[in-house]
Design a protein around this ligand. Structure first.
Ligand code: CA
Ligand code: CA
Length: 225
């Protein structure tokens, strides 16, 4: 009798373990090789874990406040060489920082391997984004389709704790790029004018030329400081 109870307990735990491994068998999760910096772009890696072959997949990515997704590209390694599946990044206009990422594989072309990087998302981090821990979330409900249209769903939310650090400050009107705004920037504009040079950073009034008007802008900005 005792043996039978023990056996049923063992099979219960085995079933639970099998179920747990099945639940986690299909997921899309984010990692990052480096912390993000304010006032700069950064890259997040989308990883895909699968038990059986996956041809097409989609997920919803939610970025921290002040972080905006710009583009997504497939990374080499998980798809057959030379094969470029169609991948799209679509902002959800109802919520800031929320994006649908969808990758449509061709019929019969599936990911190789069962875990690892599948795409890179380039993001832009605002100057005023919060510093420190920043949560990057893949919402529950990621979808996976096998080469024969088999469907799998990840029922769990996948959260990655990223870090945002302070990047370099961009000082408005800092034409000579020394990190501060002063009369030297007005002088630089005048020297550039004399030399017939142009740079976007020096064209403070955005009229396509660097001239005395830009030097005046420096003085006005200094007065407003
Ligand atoms: Ca300066
Ligand atoms: Ca100008």
């Amino acid at each position: 009798m005792k043996k039978r109870i023990l056996l049923s307990l063992v099979s219960f735990f085995m079933m639970t373990a099998m179920w747990a491994s099945l639940v986690d068998a299909y997921q899309i999760y984010v990692t990052a090789a480096a912390p993000g910096k304010t006032n700069a772009t950064a890259e997040l890696t989308l990883n895909l874990k699968n038990k059986l072959a996956v041809a097409t997949w989609q997920c919803t990515l939610v970025l921290p406040a002040g972080v905006t997704a710009k583009s997504v590209v497939i990374v080499d390694g998980r798809y057959p060489e030379g094969y470029n599946p169609n991948i799209t990044l679509t902002p959800d206009n109802s919520i800031d920082g929320k994006y649908l990422i969808a990758c449509n594989g061709a019929e019969g072309v599936a990911l190789t391997g069962t875990d690892g990087a599948v795409a890179t998302v380039t993001v832009e981090i605002a100057a005023d984004a919060a510093l420190g821990e920043a949560l990057v979330v893949v919402e529950a409900g990621s979808k996976f389709y096998g080469p024969a249209e088999e469907e799998y769903t990840d029922t769990k939310e996948r959260v990655y704790t990223w870090t945002i650090e302070k990047g370099e400050d961009v000082v408005a009107g800092d034409i000579n790029g020394d990190g501060s705004l002063n009369v030297a920037d007005a002088q630089t504009a005048l020297i550039m004018m004399a030399d017939g040079q142009y740079s976007e950073a020096a064209d403070l009034n955005h009229d396509g030329v660097v001239n005395v008007a830009d030097a005046q802008m420096v003085l006005i900005m200094m007065a407003d400081q």
